[in-house]
Design a protein around this ligand. Sequence first.
Ligand code: GH3
Ligand code: MG
Ligand code: MG
Ligand code: MG
Length: 312
Amino acid sequence: FTKPVKPLDLMLALDELTTPLDDEPLRVLVVDDDPAAADYHALVLEQAGMTVKRAHHPAEAFEALDYFSPDLMLVDMYMPVCSGEELATIVRQQTEYVGLPILYLSSETDRQKQLTAMNAGVEGFITKPVAPEELVSAVRLRAERLRHLRSLMTQDSMTGLYNHSTTTDLISRALVQAYRDDAQHAMAMIDIDHFKDVNDTHGHLAGDQVIITLARMLKTRLRVSDIIGRYGGEEFVVLLKGVSADTAAALIEELRQDFEQVDFNAGSARFNCTFSAGISAFPHHPSTEALRVSADRALYRAKNRGRNRVAI
Ligand code: GH3
Ligand code: MG
Ligand code: MG
Ligand code: MG
């Protein structure tokens, strides 16, 4: 009689990973020419845990759209320079803001005027004075819906990691910043070994469990600031920030050793899995593409030397 090996709690892993990566506070842009009104509404939303930016002027509002990247815009209807309706119309014409929820907040009670103003493609109308709970729930509902849509577009649904295009995008942005800061980063390309055999022998669901487990280990073991993506089926890419290729290789090597110890279940069968990894370094390889090619070559060497190893 041998004690059964305890597998990782895979359903738990799945639960954790499908919760949004982006759990930062909701960001709301409040546009109102009346500073007292803007302050009051901002305070209500801040007390509900949201991050709020105030703009008293359309020009300020446009600037804030770019650097603050709000999840929702709350707009006064009547302002001296440009009406809320004009502002909403202009915002709606920019492709990057087509999905941004906009809510009017105004003392206008004339239903016809409200409806006309809604023609600008605005989501709804809140009349002042508004009860704090009502404002918070109207904003939260719409802002969270946008967050959800965004996460569907940027995350891989099986693992909750960034998808291919988002990963490439985030890495490219990180490199722009790294040039400014004179920082060094490392890239790791990780590929599960003989994964086709895992599927063929133990079934596709067991294969999925392996992918989910490795994703979870990457997410829990690497730093929050590192960029972790599911690059393809059983292939992952990581940008490890602020470390040399040697340090990155040592970190991934530790992970490799732990991963090969994980016992997987498929019905009554138990099995183990390994991965190979290739490492490259920035700024020696100065672009996302150069890093990828170099890490890919290193990965190829790791595979050729017998797999289950990390190569630089
Ligand atoms: P190597 O050690 O050379 O990497 O061999 P490999 O078998 O891992 O490589 P290959 O690229 O030939 O096979 C990858 C397999 O991964 C093929 C594909 O069916 C499987 N795969 C891709 N995405 C998924 C997925 O989401 N779930 C499962 N279960 N399998 C997947
Ligand atoms: Mg006003
Ligand atoms: Mg593989
Ligand atoms: Mg592969």
